[in-house]
Write a protein that binds this ligand. Structure first.
Ligand code: URA
Length: 224
Protein backbone atom coordinates (compact mmCIF):
# COMPACT_ATOMS: atom_id res chain seq x y z
CA UNK A 1 0.00 0.00 0.00
CA UNK A 2 1.51 3.32 -0.96
CA UNK A 3 -1.01 5.60 0.75
CA UNK A 4 0.04 6.43 4.32
CA UNK A 5 -2.47 7.81 6.79
CA UNK A 6 -1.00 10.73 8.72
CA UNK A 7 -2.74 12.96 11.30
CA UNK A 8 -3.34 15.89 8.94
CA UNK A 9 -3.83 14.02 5.65
CA UNK A 10 -3.26 10.81 3.72
CA UNK A 11 -0.06 10.83 1.67
CA UNK A 12 0.67 9.05 -1.62
CA UNK A 13 4.19 7.74 -1.03
CA UNK A 14 4.73 5.82 -4.29
CA UNK A 15 8.34 6.37 -5.43
CA UNK A 16 7.22 7.50 -8.91
CA UNK A 17 4.91 10.11 -7.39
CA UNK A 18 7.80 11.49 -5.36
CA UNK A 19 10.00 11.44 -8.46
CA UNK A 20 7.43 13.35 -10.54
CA UNK A 21 6.90 15.87 -7.77
CA UNK A 22 10.66 16.55 -7.61
CA UNK A 23 10.62 17.38 -11.34
CA UNK A 24 7.64 19.68 -10.84
CA UNK A 25 9.36 21.49 -7.98
CA UNK A 26 12.50 22.14 -10.04
CA UNK A 27 12.55 25.74 -11.29
CA UNK A 28 14.34 24.50 -14.44
CA UNK A 29 11.33 22.38 -15.48
CA UNK A 30 9.77 24.31 -18.36
CA UNK A 31 6.11 24.54 -19.34
CA UNK A 32 5.68 21.43 -21.48
CA UNK A 33 7.60 19.21 -19.09
CA UNK A 34 5.71 20.74 -16.16
CA UNK A 35 2.32 20.10 -17.74
CA UNK A 36 3.23 16.54 -18.73
CA UNK A 37 4.56 15.94 -15.25
CA UNK A 38 1.23 17.00 -13.74
CA UNK A 39 -0.54 14.60 -16.11
CA UNK A 40 1.73 11.72 -15.06
CA UNK A 41 1.31 12.59 -11.38
CA UNK A 42 -2.48 12.62 -11.80
CA UNK A 43 -2.35 9.18 -13.37
CA UNK A 44 -0.20 7.75 -10.56
CA UNK A 45 -2.48 9.27 -7.90
CA UNK A 46 -5.49 7.80 -9.70
CA UNK A 47 -3.96 4.33 -9.63
CA UNK A 48 -3.10 4.77 -5.96
CA UNK A 49 -6.69 5.77 -5.15
CA UNK A 50 -7.89 2.62 -6.94
CA UNK A 51 -5.38 0.46 -5.08
CA UNK A 52 -5.81 2.04 -1.67
CA UNK A 53 -9.40 3.20 -1.52
CA UNK A 54 -11.52 1.00 -3.80
CA UNK A 55 -12.72 -2.56 -3.35
CA UNK A 56 -12.33 -5.45 -5.73
CA UNK A 57 -14.60 -8.40 -6.32
CA UNK A 58 -13.97 -11.90 -7.65
CA UNK A 59 -15.64 -12.77 -10.94
CA UNK A 60 -15.66 -15.88 -13.07
CA UNK A 61 -13.94 -15.52 -16.42
CA UNK A 62 -13.80 -17.70 -19.49
CA UNK A 63 -10.30 -17.55 -21.01
CA UNK A 64 -9.67 -19.01 -24.50
CA UNK A 65 -8.56 -22.18 -22.64
CA UNK A 66 -10.69 -22.62 -19.53
CA UNK A 67 -12.89 -21.14 -16.79
CA UNK A 68 -11.04 -19.25 -14.09
CA UNK A 69 -11.55 -16.59 -11.45
CA UNK A 70 -10.54 -12.98 -12.01
CA UNK A 71 -10.75 -9.79 -9.98
CA UNK A 72 -12.42 -6.53 -10.91
CA UNK A 73 -12.39 -3.09 -9.29
CA UNK A 74 -15.83 -2.19 -7.95
CA UNK A 75 -17.33 1.25 -8.40
CA UNK A 76 -15.37 2.52 -11.41
CA UNK A 77 -18.66 3.71 -12.90
CA UNK A 78 -19.47 5.65 -9.76
CA UNK A 79 -16.58 8.11 -9.87
CA UNK A 80 -16.92 11.86 -10.26
CA UNK A 81 -13.83 14.02 -10.85
CA UNK A 82 -14.09 17.73 -10.16
CA UNK A 83 -11.63 20.01 -11.95
CA UNK A 84 -10.91 23.16 -9.96
CA UNK A 85 -9.88 25.54 -12.73
CA UNK A 86 -7.34 26.06 -13.89
CA UNK A 87 -4.20 24.39 -12.52
CA UNK A 88 -6.07 21.11 -12.06
CA UNK A 89 -6.66 20.68 -15.81
CA UNK A 90 -3.50 18.62 -16.57
CA UNK A 91 -3.79 16.84 -13.21
CA UNK A 92 -7.36 15.80 -14.14
CA UNK A 93 -6.17 14.65 -17.58
CA UNK A 94 -3.92 12.18 -15.74
CA UNK A 95 -6.68 11.10 -13.34
CA UNK A 96 -8.91 10.35 -16.32
CA UNK A 97 -6.39 7.80 -17.56
CA UNK A 98 -7.05 5.87 -14.34
CA UNK A 99 -10.81 6.62 -14.34
CA UNK A 100 -11.75 6.86 -18.04
CA UNK A 101 -15.48 6.50 -17.33
CA UNK A 102 -15.63 9.14 -14.59
CA UNK A 103 -18.31 11.81 -14.76
CA UNK A 104 -16.74 15.23 -14.62
CA UNK A 105 -17.50 18.52 -12.94
CA UNK A 106 -15.84 21.90 -13.32
CA UNK A 107 -15.65 24.68 -10.74
CA UNK A 108 -13.94 27.97 -11.39
CA UNK A 109 -12.90 29.45 -8.07
CA UNK A 110 -10.05 31.82 -7.48
CA UNK A 111 -8.56 33.78 -4.68
CA UNK A 112 -8.30 37.55 -4.78
CA UNK A 113 -4.51 37.92 -4.72
CA UNK A 114 -4.75 41.71 -4.65
CA UNK A 115 -6.84 41.72 -1.49
CA UNK A 116 -4.03 39.71 0.13
CA UNK A 117 -4.17 37.14 2.90
CA UNK A 118 -6.39 38.16 5.83
CA UNK A 119 -5.38 37.80 9.47
CA UNK A 120 -7.00 34.40 9.79
CA UNK A 121 -4.81 33.17 6.89
CA UNK A 122 -7.59 33.03 4.29
CA UNK A 123 -8.25 34.83 1.00
CA UNK A 124 -11.51 36.26 -0.34
CA UNK A 125 -12.71 33.72 -2.91
CA UNK A 126 -14.78 34.27 -6.03
CA UNK A 127 -16.68 31.31 -7.44
CA UNK A 128 -17.76 32.22 -10.95
CA UNK A 129 -18.65 28.95 -12.65
CA UNK A 130 -20.05 25.68 -11.31
CA UNK A 131 -21.08 22.75 -13.49
CA UNK A 132 -21.41 19.47 -11.64
CA UNK A 133 -22.90 16.17 -12.76
CA UNK A 134 -25.53 14.56 -10.55
CA UNK A 135 -23.75 13.31 -7.43
CA UNK A 136 -25.22 10.10 -6.03
CA UNK A 137 -24.80 8.61 -2.54
CA UNK A 138 -22.75 5.67 -3.92
CA UNK A 139 -20.24 7.93 -5.70
CA UNK A 140 -16.57 8.48 -5.01
CA UNK A 141 -15.95 12.16 -5.71
CA UNK A 142 -12.35 13.26 -6.29
CA UNK A 143 -11.83 17.02 -6.16
CA UNK A 144 -8.51 17.83 -7.83
CA UNK A 145 -6.40 20.90 -7.23
CA UNK A 146 -2.61 20.46 -7.34
CA UNK A 147 -1.97 23.15 -4.71
CA UNK A 148 -3.75 23.17 -1.36
CA UNK A 149 -2.41 26.33 0.27
CA UNK A 150 -4.67 28.29 2.67
CA UNK A 151 -7.60 25.97 1.91
CA UNK A 152 -9.87 28.99 1.23
CA UNK A 153 -10.51 28.08 -2.41
CA UNK A 154 -11.14 24.44 -1.55
CA UNK A 155 -13.49 25.43 1.27
CA UNK A 156 -15.63 27.35 -1.24
CA UNK A 157 -15.47 24.44 -3.70
CA UNK A 158 -16.53 21.87 -1.09
CA UNK A 159 -19.43 24.07 -0.01
CA UNK A 160 -20.68 24.00 -3.61
CA UNK A 161 -20.29 20.23 -3.87
CA UNK A 162 -21.90 19.54 -0.50
CA UNK A 163 -24.90 21.76 -1.22
CA UNK A 164 -26.32 18.62 -2.90
CA UNK A 165 -26.53 14.97 -1.76
CA UNK A 166 -23.40 13.75 0.04
CA UNK A 167 -21.38 11.10 -1.78
CA UNK A 168 -20.09 7.99 -0.01
CA UNK A 169 -16.47 9.13 -0.40
CA UNK A 170 -15.24 12.64 -0.98
CA UNK A 171 -11.51 12.98 -1.59
CA UNK A 172 -9.60 16.24 -2.03
CA UNK A 173 -6.50 15.38 -4.06
CA UNK A 174 -3.51 17.72 -4.24
CA UNK A 175 0.12 17.37 -5.28
CA UNK A 176 1.36 19.66 -2.51
CA UNK A 177 -0.48 20.73 0.63
CA UNK A 178 0.42 23.23 3.34
CA UNK A 179 -0.43 22.68 7.02
CA UNK A 180 -2.76 25.73 7.36
CA UNK A 181 -4.94 24.51 4.48
CA UNK A 182 -5.12 21.02 5.94
CA UNK A 183 -6.11 22.37 9.37
CA UNK A 184 -8.81 24.60 7.84
CA UNK A 185 -10.36 21.78 5.82
CA UNK A 186 -10.10 19.15 8.57
CA UNK A 187 -11.96 21.50 10.90
CA UNK A 188 -14.64 22.49 8.39
CA UNK A 189 -15.12 19.09 6.71
CA UNK A 190 -14.07 16.28 9.09
CA UNK A 191 -15.58 13.59 6.81
CA UNK A 192 -13.64 14.62 3.72
CA UNK A 193 -10.40 12.72 3.02
CA UNK A 194 -7.43 14.96 2.26
CA UNK A 195 -4.96 13.14 0.01
CA UNK A 196 -1.70 14.66 -1.15
CA UNK A 197 1.76 13.72 -2.39
CA UNK A 198 3.58 16.07 -0.03
CA UNK A 199 2.80 18.02 3.12
CA UNK A 200 5.14 20.98 2.80
CA UNK A 201 6.55 23.18 5.51
CA UNK A 202 4.57 26.42 5.43
CA UNK A 203 3.00 29.32 3.52
CA UNK A 204 4.84 32.54 2.77
CA UNK A 205 3.28 35.98 3.38
CA UNK A 206 1.61 35.88 -0.06
CA UNK A 207 -0.02 32.51 0.60
CA UNK A 208 2.41 30.50 -1.55
CA UNK A 209 3.50 27.07 -0.40
CA UNK A 210 7.15 26.74 0.70
CA UNK A 211 9.13 24.92 -0.61
CA UNK A 212 6.21 24.27 -3.00
CA UNK A 213 6.61 24.56 -6.75
CA UNK A 214 5.53 28.15 -7.44
CA UNK A 215 2.33 29.05 -9.23
CA UNK A 216 1.12 25.77 -10.76
CA UNK A 217 -1.34 27.49 -13.12
CA UNK A 218 1.23 29.94 -14.45
CA UNK A 219 3.83 27.22 -14.92
CA UNK A 220 1.41 24.88 -16.73
CA UNK A 221 -0.17 27.58 -18.91
CA UNK A 222 2.92 29.86 -19.33
CA UNK A 223 1.04 32.94 -18.23
CA UNK A 224 3.79 34.83 -16.45
N1 URA B 1 -1.37 28.15 -5.78
C1 URA B 1 -0.24 27.81 -6.44
O1 URA B 1 -0.25 27.59 -7.65
N2 URA B 1 0.92 27.73 -5.72
C2 URA B 1 0.99 27.95 -4.40
O2 URA B 1 2.06 27.84 -3.82
C3 URA B 1 -0.22 28.30 -3.73
C4 URA B 1 -1.38 28.39 -4.43
Amino acid sequence: MTIEDRDEASVVTHALARDELSNLRDVETEQVAFRKGLVRLGRICGYEIIDGRMETEYVSIQTPLTDTMGERVKGLDDVVIVNVLRAATPFVEGLLKAFPRARQGVISASRDEEAGMTEDGSFPITVDYVKLPEIRPEDTVIVADPMLATGSTMEAVLEEILSGPEPEDLIVLSAVAAPPGLVRLNEAFPDVELLTVSIDEKLDDDGYIVPGLGDAGDRAFRTT
